[in-house]
Design a protein around this ligand. Structure first.
Ligand SMILES: Cc1cc2nc3c(=O)[nH]c(=O)nc-3n(C[C@H](O)[C@H](O)[C@H](O)COP(=O)(O)O)c2cc1C
Length: 176
């Protein structure tokens, strides 16, 4: 079995998830390639049995590169197992997870894939109080910070809302 993991990211959160998925697949004995979708021109997906594509979400959207990857390979992907994942703020709170699942995974699958994905993963985001990112990032992070504080989480240091055990279990289930 051969797998491909492709990700789109703006701040690096989805990269780390894609790296962990790759390392778990390798642990499971699956030959796996990892690709950043940014600036990616062509990539032949036909050698792969399983293709996992994921993205961070910004203002409701996947990255352009990850979306383009799905579109360019739409017909070839219809003949193989495809799994999608996102890293987003909506995953961090129980009350916004259903909306995140629908908008960032189910709608994207419907629009960009011919067949249903074998799995979808709605994974959380991170918060860094000392982030050097720009204005928009800081504005959005103010509300993330408030939400975390409401949950009684200490926001004076970096917070990782990604459930790594969930990500590992999700990945293993793809190949077992
Ligand atoms: C400017 C900005 C806009 C965002 N928009 C959304 C959004 O619309 N929905 C959501 O659930 N999360 C949103 N988030 C949270 C991100 O999806 C989250 O931080 C994610 O982990 C980013 O992934 P990346 O680092 O791989 O780009 C936003 C974050 C930023 C900084």
């Amino acid at each position: 079995m051969k797998a491909l993991v492709v990700y789109g990211t703006r701040y690096g959160t989805a990269t780390e998830i894609a790296e962990e998925i790759t390392s778990i697949l390798k642990e499971e004995g699956v030959e796996t390639d990892l690709l950043d979708s940014r600036g990616l021109k062509e990539w032949d997906v036909t050698p792969y049995d399983l293709v996992i594509v994921g993205s961070g979400i910004k203002i409701g959207k996947w990255t352009k590169g990850a979306r383009k990857f799905l579109d360019k390979n739409k017909s070839a992907l219809a003949d193989r197992k495809v799994a999608l994942f996102v890293s987003c703020g909506a995953a961090n709170k129980e009350e916004s997870r259903a909306e995140g699942q629908e908008k960032y995974l189910d709608d994207v699958a419907q629009k960009h894939l011919i067949n249903k994905p074998v799995a979808t993963g709605l994974f959380g985001s991170t918060f860094d109080p000392d982030s050097k990112q720009g204005f928009l990032y800081k504005q959005v992070m103010k509300s993330v910070k408030k939400d975390l504080e409401k949950q009684g989480i200490d926001v004076s240091k970096p917070v990782d809302c990604r459930d790594w055990d969930e990500i590992r279990t999700w990945t293993r289930a793809l190949v077992n």
